[in-house]
Design a protein around this ligand. Sequence first.
Ligand SMILES: Cc1cc2nc3c(=O)[nH]c(=O)nc-3n(C[C@H](O)[C@H](O)[C@H](O)COP(=O)(O)O)c2cc1C
Length: 372
Amino acid sequence: MTTKDILSPYTKGNLQLNNRVIMSSLTRGRTTNQGLVPTDLHATYYAQRASAGLILTESAWVSKDAIGFINIPGIYTDEQVTGWKKVTEAVHSKGGKIFLQLSHSGSVSHADFFNGNKPKGPSAINPKEKTFTPQGFKDTETPEELTLQDIRNTIEDYRKASRNALKSGFDGIEIHAQIFTLIPQFLSSLTNQRTDEYGGTIENRSRILFEILDAAISVFGTDRVGIKFTPAFFSTGIIRPQEDTLSDYQYILGKLSNYDLAYVHIVAPGIDLSDTPLSSIKDDYFAFFRKHYSGTLMANGGFTLEKANTILVENNADLVSFGTYYIANPDLTDRFQNNWPLATADTDTYYQGGEQGYTDYHHYDSKKQSLP
Ligand SMILES: Cc1cc2nc3c(=O)[nH]c(=O)nc-3n(C[C@H](O)[C@H](O)[C@H](O)COP(=O)(O)O)c2cc1C
């Protein structure tokens, strides 16, 4: 085992991780109660996965206005804080660490969630996505443009959500800034055509990202806040990389380097980047982030044990996160350690099913498996 093996510990400031196997955020649609409150079932699920070096929770709404999909928990009411407390206590009692992922849907939502009022986004531009409301799958519509006061309120919502996360006992916060959520809606000039200080140049388009980070940091401190994003998101709607995406990210990564966050979490592209505006980094994707970001890097997207160890040895990441593996392999760290086989998850129960496909994936029993 090398010192940079995936199973080796990692220390950053006062954050100490037992290993570098990180559970990435997985929305599982089990918060079926009216108040969007995490339950004992969530506590059981996360405690089963406590041997990860760090658990990143499913995304949680920072406010009622942030909702954009059914059965996802929030972190804006006292009841939700009480629910999350059960989760953090269950994980801590097993020696684990857990960050809460904070999210806002922006324009990728629907009037069904807001008594018929339109959702709000950076500009009045339909992102052309789909969203799942209590009435089923719906196409997004043209949102209302956030006013400057709405933007200030949104940043305060992130600050309150961070305070609630601290009260709930979380070890830190991850800001969800990938796919088509509010922050990428601001970063993309396809969905952000504002003419004020939040639109136009990358300094302006990324302003909200840094204001949200500052709000979370004001509660947790820099070494307890991470951010997850990717320039390589190719939506079925309108958000996709542009000619200036790489230079935008160079600017963002340069500015983030002054923050010394817990980590910057980067998702690998799901497609071949040839013939895209990101083709120049297609063969050495993570090296681009290493070059432009000086702090802790977490890599994600299609990693196996072997690939994870390779990227650590090549020094293009410090931590590696795993999403789908964690659905059916609650003891992923032990499976990696012992070379035990990995179980495959049932995709039908990814986003529904109560206990089924959620807490009924068991830890590997090597004795049972070796019986004839
Ligand atoms: C069922 C499911 C739910 C997901 N929910 C979230 C989420 O809430 N927040 C997030 O940032 N990523 C989410 N993701 C993406 C994963 O965290 C991860 O980035 C992705 O699955 C790639 O990693 P993998 O190849 O190890 O699975 C989800 C993925 C799946 C399969």
